[in-house]
Design a protein. Structure first.
Ligand code: GLU
Length: 465
């Protein structure tokens, strides 16, 4: 049997990080088993649909590196098929038309509440002769659910879960206006799409019993189920905007790398030995639903930032340079052109050592695109005493004729410091202040090499001229 999984978001907003993890597990499970992973947009509730949400979901999945294997399926476009299956169930004697008005159903619920019973359909039309149907009233289709026994689901994550059939009433599968209900549509779609494994949030666990009853009534093979725990914040409440970024694209905008977010989401609720840093390629070789935990996962923004730093250091310098340039283009701090791009590329190995996010990285690269006079942090300004300014001017002269690369710059600076009976840091610290406007940066001779001779001398002249 070839594995087919699906991610089935409703386009009611941006893609939440919890949904992204569900998508990731589906993607990984399909990859692990050489199967397919599909996307179905559950767009039957047009009132709650948010414009642009579908595009956002698709963009988010693409950004994370887990785009679906085929074009997305629209649930709304399949309503005829949902209705057809509902009617087929009636023809098979597994469902029936019911003709209660909304008011009658409301009265039924109120009666149940008054008598302290759960609000279930009382089965009136299950027994009645369809010939007694009121004329001109369309009727809704209800599933003739089993009344005895249990519905049992073997879940990959939750284990065996069961419910007494007496607890479940005959749910509507097709409304009297011809629209399918959500629980019915999901089953028909999953069946028709050939889904073998349904991996989704455990908030859907209770839906599974009713969905299984539809599979059973149609004589369809049920898929395997895996209900994964939801993601909570550190305080134990369901993760929401209150805790920080929650949409995938917010994480992107805040400067996280997709591989770091994917790695973090993977580890959140799934474990394999003590592996923390793991790429998607490697994960497809070892991902297993049996290793998904049952406890709600707690989202830790600090841990994600730490992991992001690790992935930044592993990332290709050209790619990071491109990403930093894109971000710098949105700031208006200086000219972003070929020359500044080359400076950033040259210093990238040093810059990325110190950053946790692309935002940090961009901030630390910004001095490379600025023009003199540089904005100075107060501490940097403090290092540029009148003596230090003179020393820098002399240092610049001492560099005359040397090769413009870090080792030669350092050797010449050391020799000059010795000649002046100074320590290297007495020159290096004001030099850093002059070149960067800051007291922290990658090694200062790397900085000078990245800026190039002319720009370095210009920055020194700007503070000592
Ligand atoms: N559309 C549902 C949701 O967004 C998912 C349903 C399912 O996976 O079966 O929560």
């Amino acid at each position: 049997m070839s594995v087919v999984t699906r991610f089935a978001p409703s386009p009611t907003g941006f893609l939440h990080i919890g949904g992204a993890r569900t998508a990731l597990y589906n993607w990984l499970f399909a990859r692990r088993h050489g199967g397919r992973y599909l996307l179905r947009i559950e767009d039957t509730d047009t009132a709650r649909e948010v414009p642009g949400a579908v595009e956002q979901i698709i963009d988010s999945l693409a950004w994370l590196g887990i785009p679906p294997d085929e074009a997305p399926v629209s649930q709304r476009a399949r309503q005829q098929r949902h209705a057809e299956v509902a009617r087929q169930l009636v023809a098979m004697g597994r469902a029936y038309y019911a003709y209660e008005t909304p008011e009658a159903l409301q009265a039924m619920r109120e009666r149940a509440a008054a008598e302290g019973r759960p609000p279930r359909y009382d089965g009136t039309w299950r027994e009645r002769d369809p010939a007694e149907a009121p004329p001109g009233v369309p009727g809704a289709i209800r599933l003739k659910a089993p009344r005895e026994g249990e519905t049992v689901v073997d879940d990959f994550v939750q284990g065996t879960v069961r419910v007494a059939n007496a607890e479940l009433d005959d749910m509507i599968i097709l409304r009297s206006d011809g629209r399918p209900t959500y629980l019915h549509a999901v089953v028909v779609d999953d069946h028709d799409m050939g889904i073998t494994h349904v991996i989704r949030g455990d908030d859907h666990l209770t839906n599974t019993f009713r969905q299984c009853q539809v599979y059973d009534a149609m004589g369809w093979t049920r898929p395997a189920f895996a209900h994964i725990p939801l993601i909570h914040g550190q305080d134990g409440a369901k993760l929401s905007k209150r805790h920080g970024a929650v949409s995938v694209l917010d994480f992107r905008d805040q400067g996280y790398l997709p591989e770091a977010v994917a790695n973090y989401l993977l580890r959140l609720g799934w474990g394999h030995g003590d592996i923390e840093v793991i790429g998607l390629d490697e994960a497809t070789r070892i991902f297993d639903l049996a290793d998904v935990g049952r406890a709600a996962a707690r989202f830790d923004y600090q841990k994600l930032a730490h992991l992001n730093g690790i992935w930044l250091r592993r990332a290709d310098d050209d790619r990071l340079t491109r990403l930093v340039l894109e971000r710098l283009a949105h700031r208006t701090e200086g000219a972003v052109g070929a020359i500044t791009a080359a400076r950033i590329a040259k210093l990238m190995p040093g810059l990325k050592e110190r950053a946790r996010t692309l935002e940090d990285l961009t901030g630390s690269a910004a001095f490379l695109v600025r023009t003199v006079p540089l904005p100075m942090e107060p501490k940097a300004e403090g290092l540029l005493t009148p003596e230090a300014r003179i020393a820098l001017r002399e240092l610049a002269s001492a560099w005359n004729g040397i090769a413009w690369e870090p080792d030669a710059l350092e050797a010449a600076t050391r020799a000059h410091a010795e000649a002046k009976v100074l320590k290297l840091k007495d020159l290096a610290m004001p030099l850093r202040a002059a070149l960067t406007g800051s007291t922290t940066s990658p090694p200062v001779f790397d900085v000078a090499a990245a800026l190039g001779r002319d720009e370095t001398l210009r920055r020194i002249a700007a503070v000592s001229g």
